[in-house]
Design a protein. Structure first.
Lengths: 116, 219
């Protein structure tokens, strides 16, 4: 059950993480996947990332262009649009509010347990 | 968006990658009717496998991390469904908003008509009753001929009573609906305020419990 919850939470946060990565650099899908994999708690099933990129593009939060690649076939390179930056700012604020609220609840419970 | 030419030499598609991409194409075709969209998705996954191999990862490992073609295609299908649902929910929201405006406008017209009819009925009813009661006592020489309708007094009294009843009935209907309208606006305002107090609403979908939490604690 914890694994399910963990997977659900990561899936919910993936959009925020992907937008944050693209805020720093314009890059392609494989690079985004490896950046996420480098943060172990955020390591997502690679099959989840590409559909999310597609969804963000359909919502005009990202632009994509094809470019030559030394690896062989052309690759799609993604960059944030203005709408994407606005969305990222909104998600960042929501995340701050949410994590603060959850931390307060969790800290409160731990403090009560420590007192008893 | 124009694609650049395929780079020569570096990427030789392995049989494993070919089989995977073929399966993916087949699975995507079960829900996606646009062949161009299928081709773009397959080419992006092919690019991913090529990048993985270029980085020193094995194609088999990259394929394992992507997941089975059916699951990958289902992930894309879910995204497509969410986009369509989002668009239709936007349309639904616009339609609901327009309906609310139309309903409010229609309600306003009905209320105005009811109010006017109520007032008119009240005036006429009261006038008829007063006339039926008072007129027989007024000397005929003081009355214009047109004021004498020639109707029996009882009929005029009954008509007046009916008109007053109508006036009061419409008045009650008006008050009831005005209260409903005010209550509806208050409910909507409370719902909006509740939604604004929970900024996390919609960010993370909380998992539905598959087991009874108490049962799990006992076990």
């Amino acid at each position: 059950m914890t694994d399910d919850w963990n997977a659900q939470v990561r899936r919910g946060l993936l959009e925020l993480c992907v937008l944050s990565i693209l805020d720093r650099e314009t890059t392609h899908g494989y690079r985004i996947v490896t950046r996420l994999a480098a943060c172990e708690p955020l390591a997502a099933n690679e099959g989840t990332v590409y559909p999310i990129l597609r969804r963000l593009r359909k919502r005009s939060l990202l632009d994509a262009t094809w470019e030559e690649s030394p690896a062989g076939p052309p690759r799609q390179v993604y960059r944030l649009t203005r709408s994407g930056r606005l969305r990222l700012d909104a998600l960042r604020q929501q995340w701050r509010d949410l994590s603060l609220a959850v931390d307060q609840l969790v800290d409160d419970r731990e403090a009560r347990e420590a007192a008893t | 968006m124009t694609k650049p030419k395929r780079s020569s030499g570096a990427w030789l598609r392995s049989p494993l990658a070919s089989a995977y991409l073929q399966s993916l194409r087949r699975e995507l075709a079960t829900w996606c009717r646009d062949p161009d969209e299928i081709e773009v998705i397959v080419q992006e996954i092919e690019s991913h496998l090529a990048e993985a191999r270029h980085s020193g990862e094995s194609v088999a490992s990259a394929i394992r991390l992507l997941g089975p073609p059916r699951e990958l295609a289902e992930s894309y299908a879910v995204v497509s469904f969410e986009s369509r649902r989002s668009r239709s929910s936007q349309l639904a929201a616009a339609w609901a908003s327009a309906s609310r405006v139309a309903q409010t406008a229609a309600a306003g017209i009905m209320i105005a008509l009811a109010a006017g009819t109520s007032v008119l009925s009240f005036v006429l009813g009261l006038g008829a009753i007063l006339g039926a009661v008072v007129l027989p006592f007024v000397p005929a020489r003081l009355l214009e001929p047109t004021l004498r309708l020639g109707l029996p007094q009882l009929v005029v009294l009954l008509a007046g009573a009916l008109l007053l009843t109508l006036a009061f009935a419409l008045g009650r209907w008006l008050v009831h609906h005005l209260r409903l309208l005010r209550r509806g606006r208050a409910t909507q305002t409370r719902a909006d305020a509740a939604r604004d107090r929970h900024p996390a609403a919609g960010l993370i979908p909380f998992p539905k419990p598959t087991v009874d939490p108490e049962e799990e604690l006992r076990s």
